[in-house]
Design a binder for this molecule. Structure first.
Ligand SMILES: Nc1ncnc2c1ncn2[C@@H]1O[C@H](COP(=O)(O)OP(=O)(O)O)[C@@H](O)[C@H]1O
Ligand SMILES: [Mg+2]
Length: 468
């Protein structure tokens, strides 16, 4: 080959190499843990653990894995736009990785477009209902950075957007990262069965948790960084440095403890006492409607959540029918509901069709009411029955976090329909919850009247059982 021909060949090869290099989307060498996260072909995978253990890098690399497929669309969510734009955040990282490649950034659509036609979108959920905006979308990869900043409902709704054309072979994957902290700590822990003791845990064949520690980031000065984290309080340190899923109960609204506040059934009452019922309702259409039935007896300490129904998309007529069924079953002495705004139409339907007397729930001083309720939870005076019907209520009680450290409002990303229905009913029934039965000769006229009503109710209940 002549000298110019050799030079031309070298230039051509350099150009090809450069072109190839411009298609290297992931410029880091992933650690074995990151590689496992990227290559696992399981539908859902969460990488959780210590901060700066390389989780966010692993997420971006996972999203970029399949951009060679022409129709591939990936989306990565954060819970606010501010977080996606942090200097250490995902968008910044994506610019560092992709700016010098053939991928093109469309700032308006917050989308990277790849030569194959594939897309990577950065999205954020601002409001509690923002996930509903993605109703018509379809993705083959859905990523969540800091999953504990999302609600379970948001996560599961968005998961339903994983889809592909019938003959496509693009894998469908949901991938998430998180530190073991944040408002969604409890649901994420339960959903992925993540514990610090297990390196890797599976909850079903399609759902996997990988545990990341500081040692999984090949570039980190582990010793130096650990020393910095030593300054944190114990819980934060164990979470961020060691990646442990340690609970911080003070972040939750309700002091509900499933070991202490759940019981298998109602206790026996003396023959002369009957159960009284109060129904609490939180109306909603997109947000679910929730009904919670409470039972208490005037002289039995304690109040019991005995039934619950939670469903979205119910019309006023559906709810009225449900309330009527429950009224026949439980004969509640009172029905209390959130009758403001949308609730008004629901309550009116119930009253006009079935003659239900629906009281407006007392909505002032919600915090005071939560405190009272927590006091009863703590002193084992409020019980939720076991069994599947009450599951949505138990879940909300166990998972609803405060919005922030001030503890003045509930976190808007988490459902509170069942707990609100509980609060409405509880407030109505509370003053009966723990009175000791006075001796008969010391009863006031009113108490004697109520006592008689109780005895009648108990007699009727006993007679029903005999008929049965
Ligand atoms: N395999 C890797 N090679 C080079 N740098 C890495 C690698 N993994 C992580 N890093 C860098 O380490 C730092 C912390 O990683 P990051 O993914 O943000 O951690 P986390 O999300 O767990 O807090 C970032 O600067 C990131 O770019
Ligand atoms: Mg991160």
């Amino acid at each position: 080959m002549t000298e110019p021909a050799v030079r031309a060949e070298l230039v051509r090869r350099a150009l090809v190499r450069r072109q190839l290099e411009r298609r290297v989307w992931v410029p880091i060498t992933p650690s074995p843990k990151q590689q496992r996260f990227i290559s696992l072909d399981v539908k859902e995978c969460l990488i959780g653990g210590a901060t700066r253990s390389g989780k966010t890098d692993a997420l971006l690399a996972a999203a970029l894995r399949d951009v060679r497929y022409p129709g591939y669309t990936a989306v990565i969510f954060r819970s606010t736009i501010a977080e996606t734009r942090l200097p250490t955040g995902l968008q910044e990282l994506a610019h560092r990785w992709l700016d010098d490649t053939d991928a093109v950034w469309d700032g308006q659509a917050r989308t990277w477009r790849f030569p194959s036609g594939a897309k990577l979108v950065f999205a954020y959920l601002k409001e509690r209902d923002s996930h509903l905006m993605y109703k018509g979308s379809e993705y083959q990869f859905i990523g969540f950075d800091e999953l504990t900043h999302f609600g379970r409902v948001q996560y599961q709704y968005l998961l339903s957007r994983l889809n592909r054309p019938r003959d496509s072979e693009i894998p469908l994957r949901a991938r998430a990262t998180t530190n073991p902290d944040g408002p969604g700590f409890d649901w994420v822990l339960e959903y992925f069965a993540a514990t610090h003791l297990e390196q890797e845990s599976w909850s079903g064949p399609d759902r996997c948790y990988l545990h990341a520690s500081l040692a999984d980031n090949p570039t980190l000065d582990v010793q130096g960084y650990s020393t910095t984290l030593d300054l944190l309080d114990v819980i934060t340190r164990r979470r961020l440095r060691d990646g442990e899923w340690v609970r911080d109960a003070s972040a939750l609204v309700y002091g509900f403890d499933p070991r202490l506040n759940v019981c298998a059934g109602l206790p026996e009452l003396s023959r002369s006492d009957g159960w009284r019922h109060v129904l609490g309702i939180d109306y909603g259409y997109h947000d679910a409607t929730a009904l919670v039935m409470l039972a208490y007896s005037r002289y039995q300490p304690g109040i019991y959540a005995v039934d619950c129904h939670e469903e979205s998309g119910l019309t006023p007529s559906d709810v009225a029918t449900l309330v009527d069924d429950w009224s026949l079953r439980y004969s509640p002495e009172s029905i209390v509901a959130d009758v403001g705004g949308l609730g008004k139409g629901y309550a009116t339907e119930s009253t006009q069709r079935y003659g239900h007397a629906i009281h407006a729930a007392e909505k002032r001083d919600k915090l005071g009411n939560i405190r009272l309720l927590n006091g009863d939870l703590q002193h084992h005076r409020l019980w939720v029955l076991d069994g599947p019907a009450l599951e949505p209520l138990r879940r909300e009680l166990a998972e609803l976090p405060w919005k922030d450290e001030q503890h003045l409002a509930e976190h808007p990303g988490f459902p509170n329909h069942c707990t609100d229905a509980l609060l409405y009913g509880y407030r109505e029934a509370y003053h009966w919850a723990s009175t000791a039965k006075p001796a008969e000769d010391q009863m006031s006229v009113e108490e004697i009247r109520l006592d008689r009503l109780d005895r009648d109710a108990a007699r009727r209940q006993a007679a029903e059982w005999e008929d049965y």
